[in-house]
Design a protein around this ligand. Structure first.
Ligand SMILES: [Zn+2]
Length: 287
């Protein structure tokens, strides 16, 4: 069974991770634009990062047989910098027109400030204008209120809920999100928040429709194999192959295909290939 990780920050990960993911069956992934763990100081830093998500990183993924797409946005945390907010929102349309971009994201709330409100509204409008799905991050503090507020703003934006993925859900928010007609995504982490066992119970209780599972792996403590591990936990709990496939392949394919840009043909793993003169082999000489 092919697996899809619909939210993983590969820029922060190693080639060991790519190797392990490919061996575990991950065939496709989506890398959302987010923050770097510390604030950026100028818009140029965003441009280089976005270019990397569209250039070097898909190349790197292809070397391990994994198809890479990305989502582009101003992330919630950095939306609080007025200068960056103005400058990044201005360059976004240029990036949202590009082929590898399958959604606007991650957008949403971090601390629920007026600056975040402004960036979220502007980016929902950009998603609508570009006919793209949107991936919305929900705040980790006071999640229920933050999710309610997020869904209100999405409703007011007049965007089709079938184009909206609401991420980082838990048992308290799943009904709200699906009743709104949106896709409910769950980030499976090693220590905190959702784990595989909780996710399996949630799927038993709420079914597999419009449910997504991701690792959200990044530069923090996280596990890029959480999608395969959740699939295995589902199998152990007695879910049939069709139900598992719906969660770890069909659902993410369906929602990101709404962009009209999801390209899932297997990639050629030619390790001697280069991108702008660079390869993943470093000093190693091709045979
Ligand atoms: Zn993320």
């Amino acid at each position: 069974m092919r697996l899809f990780d619909p939210h993983i920050h590969m820029t922060s990960r190693t080639t060991d991770d790519y190797e392990a993911m490919a061996a575990a069956g991950v065939a496709a992934l989506v890398e959302p634009a987010f923050w770097l763990g510390q604030p950026r100081t100028n818009v140029g830093s965003f441009l280089d990062y976005f270019d990397g998500l569209l250039g070097w990183e898909p190349f790197r993924a292809s070397q391990f047989g994994i198809v890479h797409h990305c989502t582009i946005a101003l992330n919630p945390k950095e939306a609080n910098d007025p200068g960056l907010r103005r400058d990044v929102l201005e360059v976004l349309p240029r990036y949202l027109a590009k082929d590898g971009v399958v959604a606007v994201g991650e957008v949403g709330y971090d601390s629920v400030t007026p600056g975040e409100d402004e960036a979220l509204a502007a980016q929902l409008e950009l998603a609508r204008a570009h006919g793209l799905p949107v991936m919305v991050h929900t705040p980790h503090r006071d999640k229920l209120a933050g999710t309610r507020r997020t869904l209100d703003v999405v409703r007011e934006a007049g965007i089709d809920p079938a184009d909206v993925i609401v991420d980082h859900n838990n048992e308290l928010t799943v009904d709200l999100v699906r009743d709104a007609g949106c896709w409910a995504a769950f980030s499976i982490y090693p220590d905190t928040k959702m784990d595989e066992a909780r996710m399996v119970r949630l799927l038993q209780e709420h079914g597999t429709e419009r449910m997504l599972v991701n690792s959200a792996a990044d530069w923090g403590r996280s596990d890029p194999l959480k999608v395969p591990k959740t699939a295995a936990a589902m199998r152990e709990a007695g879910f049939d192959a069709a139900a598992i496939e719906q969660v770890v392949w069909t659902n993410p394919v369906e929602v990101y295909a709404r962009s009209g840009r999801l390209e899932l043909d297997a990639v050629a793993t030619d390790r001697t290939a280069t991108f702008a003169g660079n390869s993943v082999l470093r000093g190693e000489r091709p045979a």
